[in-house]
Design a protein around this ligand. Structure first.
Ligand code: 13P
Length: 259
């Protein structure tokens, strides 16, 4: 079982807490002219909150869509410092990352919090990108599949399979994030296959769900990763901050349509 025919791959750039008005404008000046001709890949960018509106304007004439890196569990009201899903939708976001391992590890987001954010994102009309993945210790003790399944199950329990399937799943092994140590295409494919099988076991049209890989994806390893039958694109951190690198990754994705 792999993904359905002729599905465009999806590449999302997660800028994390990087950038400035000047740096973002320069990045997009270098990037947009190159990727605007890429019609066989869907591309999204997730800048930090303060730059979302400006980046939205800069993306106006392109097919590149906007995403956010986080959202509140709450809908509105007295939650100082929080940003709601409806606000993100209001300024033009299509996607929102949910449960990134940095949020789980550094900001105490547990599975229940992630599940609530996933539900809230859908309620706001956004497409949640649910990040799952194991630490190095968990991989070494053979727990990878259990960890990923547990993280998926928390969302399944909160929203049900039909809603879960409206999101995108991103497999991001924690040990590969920002380390330069990428999962091999075979390692990544094995987990992606497990996730797709899990979806199928829960009566989901698993072939229709997009499962992205993230973790040290670079221009020189993207093609081999995207060539795997269950890898539907990438969630890119560091390399998304460099126009030529990110463009090369997007090009690799469009050169490897999902079959
Ligand atoms: P890197 O591509 O820098 O490893 O980051 C991956 C990531 O965390 C994307 O969300």
């Amino acid at each position: 079982m792999s993904t359905s025919a002729n599905k465009k791959k999806l590449v999302i750039g997660n800028w994390k807490m990087n950038g400035s008005s000047a740096a973002n404008a320069a990045l997009l000046r270098g990037l947009l002219p190159v990727i605007s001709s890429f019609e066989r890949v869907e591309i999204a960018l997730c800048p930090p909150y303060p730059y979302l509106a400006t980046v939205a304007d800069l993306l106006d004439d392109s097919d590149v869509v906007l995403g956010a890196q986080n959202l509140s569990t709450e809908l509105s009201g007295a939650h100082t410092g929080e940003v709601s899903g409806s606000m993100l939708g209001d300024i033009g976001c299509r996607f929102v990352l949910v449960g990134h391992s940095e949020r789980r590890a550094l900001y105490g987001e547990d599975d229940a919090c992630v599940a609530k954010k996933f539900a809230t994102a859908l309620q706001a009309g956004l497409i949640p990108v649910l990040c799952v993945g194991e630490t190095l210790a968990q991989r070494q003790s053979g727990e990878t599949q259990t960890v990923v399944t547990t993280q998926l199950h928390a969302v399944l329990k909160a929203v049900g399979i039909d809603e879960l399937a409206k999101g995108v799943i991103a497999y991001e092994p924690v040990w590969a994030i920002g380390t330069g140590e990428t999962a091999t295409p075979e390692q990544a494919q094995a987990v992606h296959r497990h996730i797709r099988q899990w979806l199928a076991d829960h009566d989901c049209v698993a072939a229709d769900c997009r499962i992205l890989y993230g973790g040290s994806v670079k221009a020189d390893n993207a093609e081999r990763l995207f060539n795997q039958p269950d890898i539907d694109g990438g969630l890119i951190g560091g390399a998304s901050l460099d126009a030529m690198s990110f463009a090369a990754i997007c090009e690799a994705a469009q050169a490897k349509p999902t079959i």
